[in-house]
Design a protein around this ligand. Structure first.
Ligand code: ADP
Ligand code: TMP
Ligand code: ASP
Length: 238
């Protein structure tokens, strides 16, 4: 399968049509953004690492029965996916407090959240991805109520699978963001699962191994992502 016309260029990935109307190619670039695109840098190898990471994680989720868009790895920085009708809603689960919940609610980073929180954000950089609730989603038609129910159910299933996967590799899944779309009427997990869209800490030292290294200028960003991949037993290209 080869790339045809570019459909969309996002902050970190480019989306291409293919000869099959049901399939797209996602190209993972080295571009790295934070604060809704306000901070941007190219980090060598990040596209490849995240592409492999995403295929690996989505494979684990598919094995657990979660519907995912990934079809197959094409090239180091390209993956073939189902073409989804994306819903502009970001679903976030937090197991441990970090990031925006600390700023919004004045809680200390590192607090265990039991049960985990579930939050929705509108995917809109110009508005800085504001937090929204189910009523907003219904009123503005961003997703149908029955799809929202399914998104929540799938987002928590992902937590069950991935908390254990990372724990077994000595890491804490602090939080993560998922994006869903519709494929012939069914809710399917789209976009990516990578250290760009989640927080991962070393279980013992609580060292950050995710995009917070970039957001906070800690350095060693791609090295940390590769360390996570190594601990998961993934094989990355040289
Ligand atoms: P952003 O739009 O946040 O800058 P990216 O750079 O990651 O994000 O761009 C990828 C775009 O592709 C996102 O808008 C995402 O919603 C969309 N997308 C991801 N997976 C699919 C899919 N399977 N079908 C259609 N669009 C998708
Ligand atoms: P937050 O603490 O900034 O609200 O983010 C929570 C988690 O979701 C964190 O792992 C980053 C991820 N996330 C994104 O990747 N993109 C987004 O637009 C948002 C709102 C969150
Ligand atoms: N969606 C955000 C961005 O790329 C994620 C972040 O703030 O880190 O800017």
């Amino acid at each position: 399968m080869e790339k045809r016309a570019e459909l969309y260029a996002g902050k970190a990935k480019s989306v291409y049509l293919t000869d099959d109307p049901d399939l797209l190619i996602l190209e993972f670039r080295d571009d790295t953004s934070a604060f809704d695109g306000e901070k941007m840098e190219k980090l060598a190898r990040k596209g490849t690492v995240n592409n492999y990471f995403n295929v690996f994680i989505m494979g684990k989720l598919a094995e657990a029965g979660i519907p995912v868009h990934v079809e197959k790895l094409l090239l180091d920085n390209q993956v073939l996916v189902k073409k989804l009708d994306m819903m502009p809603v970001e679903c976030v689960v937090r197991n441990i407090a970090a990031g925006s919940i600390c700023r919004r609610l004045g809680v200390e980073e590192g607090l265990d959240l039991n049960p985990p929180t579930y939050e929705l954000f509108l995917k809109n950089d110009a508005l800085h991805d504001p937090m929204i609730n189910e009523s907003h989603v219904e009123t503005f038609g961003w997703a149908k109520p029955e799809h929202l129910v399914r998104m929540k159910e799938l987002t928590f299933q992902v937590n069950d699978v991935l908390k254990k996967l990372f724990a077994d590799a000595g890491m804490l899944l602090v939080d993560y963001k998922l994006e869903f779309g519709l494929f012939h009427g069914d809710v399917v997990l789209g976009d990516e699962f990578s250290p760009d869209g989640c927080r991962l800490w070393d279980a013992a030292s609580r060292e950050k191994l995710d995009k917070d290294r970039f957001r906070q200028g800690l350095g060693g960003v791609v090295e940390a992502y590769e360390e996570v991949a190594r601990r998961l037993g993934m094989k990355l290209p040289e």
